[in-house]
Ligand binder design. Sequence first.
Ligand code: CO
Ligand code: CO
Length: 321
Amino acid sequence: MRPIEGIFDSRDYPDLLIGLKDPDDAAVWRLDAERGLVVTTDFFTPVVDDPYDYGSIAAANSLSDVYAMGGQPFLALNVAALPVELPIEVNAEILRGGAEKAREAGVVIAGGHTIKDKEPKYGLVVIGFVHPEKMLTKGGLRPGDALVLTKPLGFGVTTTALKQEKAAAEDVAEVVEWMKQLNRKAGALAVEFDLRGGTDVTGFSLLGHAAEVAAASDVGLHFSAEKIPFVSCARKYAGMGTFPGGAADNRMYYGPQVRLAAGIDEEMEMLLFDPQTSGGLLLGVPPEKLAAFLRRARQLKQPAWTVGEAVPGEGIDVLGS
Ligand code: CO
Ligand code: CO
C-alpha cells in the first residue's frame, strides 16, 4: 500500500528527477544541468549490542543510498529516538559512532532532532550531489551487464542469532566490520566507470532488490549460486534458522518472481532472501568494462564479486552449479 500515492502529481515537479514515479534508493532534485541534489533518510533499531558500532552501522547504511545513486554525500542530520533509561554515555556513543562514520565519509552532521523513546532508533538524513545525467538507477541495467556485488551476504541471519543469544563473538565481529564499511569506494568506482544501473542491498535482500532492478530495467537477472559471497558464519546460522522475520516476508513477496535451480536448498534460498543492514552495492557493469572494473577494484582494495548477469527477459533465475 502506498498511502501518499496520488497526492503529488509528478508533472507539477519537473525538477524532481527521481522520487514519485519510479522510487529508487534516494530522491533526486535537479538544481541545474550539471547538479542534482540527492536526498535520503534511513533509521532503525539496534542491530548489535555495542552502541558505538550501532551508530556507525546506522550512519553507513544511511549514507549508502546516496552512493547507490552514484552521488557524493556532503551534509547530514541526525534522527534519533533514545531511551531516558539508558546511561547518557550509551546514547552519546551511538551519536559518536554515527558522527565519526560521517566524518570518514567526508560528510558533516549539522544538527538533527532527538526525541525520547523506549527503544532506541537512530539514523541520518543525508544530502549529496549527483550529475543528473550520470545517476545510478534501478532502471539502468542492460542485457549483457555483469552483476557485481560489493559485500557478502548473511548479515540478517547473524545479527538475529545475536539477538537470540546464539551468536559467537567472532561471527558478530565479522559482520559488524562489513556493516560498518562505507559503500563510498564502490560508489566512486561506479562513477569512475560511468555505470548507470545499480542499487544497494538492504532490507529486501539480494533477490528482492534484484527483482526491483529487473522490473525497473526491463531485463531478467541470472545469478550463479556458487558465485554469491557469504560471511563465513552464514551457513551455520542458516542451519540454526535464526532468520529475521523479514526473510520470510521477502520470500513471500518476491518469491513469485524468482526461479530457483533444483539444487538450491531451502537454507540457501532463505539466505538469498535474508534482509541486509548496510549491505553492499549491486552494480550492472557492461561486459566490455568488466575486466578493467575488477582490476581497479582490486587496486582500491574494494571487494567485488561477479555474481551473475542481466539477460533479455524478466524475473530472476538462480542457477546452480
Ligand atoms: Co537503497
Ligand atoms: Co534506503
